[in-house]
Write a protein that binds this ligand. Structure first.
Ligand code: ATR
Length: 282
């Protein structure tokens, strides 16, 4: 009997709990169709208590999957349970991409890669900024801080409502990251070259504070990793102040690309067509 895996090609998944709202199947489905690859990418709901067994099976060829993405709440467990995590994932303590290679389960974290690739694509030269201000200290902030540090930004300030969480990240990632409370935000923005919102402020149409973007450098960039809505209150304020802005949708698209290459053997392109397809679903 033929192995069904041969006939449908490699299979990959996105596992989360809940998983209903993931847009990853749309992205990978588009790439599979564009490149004429016989394969599949499926959403699967895996509860936290089932996750260790799910990973144990994935480590063996009994699993129908080559690998996949994991999302909330499995990113930390994926990093711990894989046989090998890459150095970025190891430092973050979280992974979003898994694949089996030579009988071992590998993990990496592509959030920082996606963040950088999006800015490189949409605003080349953005990394000449000397001072970056990052608002928020949740899971998303970690990957951004790590990426900015590794790109060599000279001064990086993480600002958070709960100062202790910002301090924990500054401690974890080291120089040049410094932690601050919200009361320092306006003065840090004054003269900065980059502002990144990683907090949930402004998400889903919620309120966001007015920030003095007009005091940033005239060639400064403001970006938001939130992409619902696409034009967040921070991006709107920055545009009104005449600054360059980059929305967060590209980070979602670019973070998906390295996994696709691992499972399906081809580095996919992030195109306007793909962007419009996902935009139509937002
Ligand atoms: P994620 O993992 O997606 O980054 P998270 O861990 O829930 O999500 O983090 C959300 C971030 O938005 C946090 O930095 C949070 O600040 P606290 O650490 O003080 O909770 C920030 N945030 C959410 N609502 C906020 C608000 N009303 N004002 C300021 N910051 C807010």
């Amino acid at each position: 009997m033929r192995d069904s895996r041969e006939t449908i090609g490699p299979r990959a998944f996105v596992a989360g709990y809940p998983i209903k709202h993931s847009r990853s199947p749309l992205i990978h489905g588009h790439w599979l169709a564009t490149y004429g690859i016989a394969g599949s990418y499926e959403k699967i709901a895996v509860t936290p208590s089932d996750f260790p067994d799910f990973i144990a099976t994935l480590k063996t060829s009994a699993s129908p999957y080559h690998g996949g993405n994991v999302t909330i709440p499995h990113k930390e467990a994926a990093c711990l349970l894989a046989d090998r995590a890459d150095p970025l994932a190891e430092e973050l303590g979280a992974a979003n991409t898994l694949w089996r290679e030579e009988g071992r389960l590998h993990a990496m974290n592509t959030d920082g890669i996606g963040f950088l690739a999006n800015l490189d694509a949409r605003q080349p030269g953005w990394d000449r900024a000397q001072r970056a201000v990052v608002l928020g200290a949740g899971g998303a902030s970690r990957a951004v801080l790590q990426a900015l540090r590794d790109r060599g930004i000279a001064e990086i300030h993480v600002v958070n409502r709960t100062l202790e969480r910002a301090r924990e990240l500054a401690h974890r990632f080291g120089a040049p990251i410094e932690a601050h409370g919200m009361d320092s935000l306006a003065s840090l923005i004054d003269g900065a070259g980059l502002f990144v919102n990683t907090s949930s402020l402004g998400m889903d149409g919620s309120e966001a504070p007015l920030l003095p973007f007009e005091q940033m450098k005239s060639d400064a960039l403001v970006t938001d990793i939130v992409y619902v809505p696409l034009k967040t209150p921070f991006l709107r304020q920055a545009e009104e102040a005449g600054l360059n802005t980059v929305d967060g949708l590209g980070m979602l698209l670019h973070q998906a690309a390295p996994g696709f290459e691992k499972w399906f053997g081809r580095m996919p392109e992030v195109t306007e067509e793909l962007r419009n397809l996902v935009l139509a679903d937002i």
